[in-house]
Design a protein around this ligand. Structure first.
Ligand code: TPP
Length: 298
């Protein structure tokens, strides 16, 4: 038996804790099913206990994963549209002992909240960010996002999208990142491996998942991706070669870890006033009694 499956079987209780038993309401064939399964598996395979993780979700179809993961035994947070990154960054700074995972759609992440992505990459917060790139605003029924392909008719732009799509990995590559990867929602094994590497990364791990959306993005279904995806055999060594590897989104779509800097210190490690401090800020605030202060606002 594959070692991963054996480990999952050996840790069945933890896997079931992550999986939960809520009814899942995504459309039939939605890429979110595979992404959620891969994340649950990656958590168990990396030995991260449900109580030691926080899952933060943006608003969108993917965000409805917030009440589908973990059946109330893991910490989840459902943020405002485009704002999941600052919420998650705050959480990982407050408690670096927690593994913080944030997820967002291509709509909220590359438009409403793109400023937050920029500064999270620059700051190298110790967290994983999963971009669910289904190339449209799914929850509001298929409007064009910054990632929708040029010329494609969408709800709200029936004559076709005017601007060319953003290449999300290439965009992040321009911000001096420490981890950039891409996977595909139809390959749970590959997503699991990529997410495991992201969970082990010391700083901000950006993972784009090309996600099929059978309801609103019929132009690039599962088969379309399967004909084009190519698995990188090695991780490019420089940002320049990583940029080349992630550039093509049409003919040969590369998947894998495009870039990783394993030596860079993360945000918490760069803070002068946290050097040598063993406790987390969330533990330190317990030393202060603020009841009387709060009473003033009652
Ligand atoms: C600031 C703000 N703008 C717009 C909305 C409406 N809205 C809610 S979900 C959504 C679409 C989300 O699309 P995306 O982020 O791509 O995620 P997906 O549903 O595709 O997973 C929009 C526009 C909102 N809730 N808040």
């Amino acid at each position: 038996m594959n070692q991963d499956y054996k480990k999952l079987a050996d840790h069945k209780q933890e896997y079931l804790a992550y999986e939960g038993n809520e009814v899942i309401t995504w459309c039939a064939g939605c890429g979110n099913y595979g992404i959620q399964k891969a994340l649950e598996r990656a958590m168990v395979l990396e030995g991260i206990k449900p109580k030691d993780a926080l899952f933060c979700y943006d608003i969108g179809c993917h965000g409805n994963g917030s009440d589908k993961i973990g059946n109330k035994v893991v910490y989840t947070l459902h943020g405002l549209h485009g704002r999941v990154i600052p919420v998650a960054a705050g959480a990982c700074v407050a408690n670096p002992k927690m593994k913080v995972i944030a997820e967002g759609g291509d709509g909220g992440t590359m438009s409403e909240g793109v400023n937050h992505l920029v500064h999270a990459v620059r700051s190298d917060y110790p967290m994983v960010f999963i971009l669910h790139n289904n190339e449209n605003y799914g929850l509001t029924t298929g409007q064009a996002s910054a990632c929708t392909r040029q010329g494609r008719p969408m709800n709200g732009s029936p004559d076709g999208v005017i601007s060319p799509p953003m290449n999300c990995c290439d965009f992040v590559m321009g911000l001096n990142p420490t981890f950039v990867a891409r996977s595909f929602s139809g390959d749970v094994k590959h997503m699991t491996d990529i997410l495991r590497a992201a969970l082990r990364h010391n700083g901000f791990a950006f993972v784009e998942i090309m996600q099929v959306c059978p309801t609103y993005n019929r132009a690039t279904p599962q088969e379309w991706y399967l004909e084009r995806i190519n698995y990188l055999k090695t991780t490019p060594k420089t940002i320049e070669s990583a940029r080349k590897a992630c550039a093509d989104l049409n003919d040969k779509i590369n998947l894998g870890i495009f870039y990783q800097n394993k030596k860079a210190p993360n945000y918490m490690e760069m803070l002068e006033n946290r050097k040598g401090v063993k406790t987390a800020p969330v533990e330190e605030v317990k030393r202060f009694d603020i009841k009387s202060l709060l009473k003033q606002f009652e």
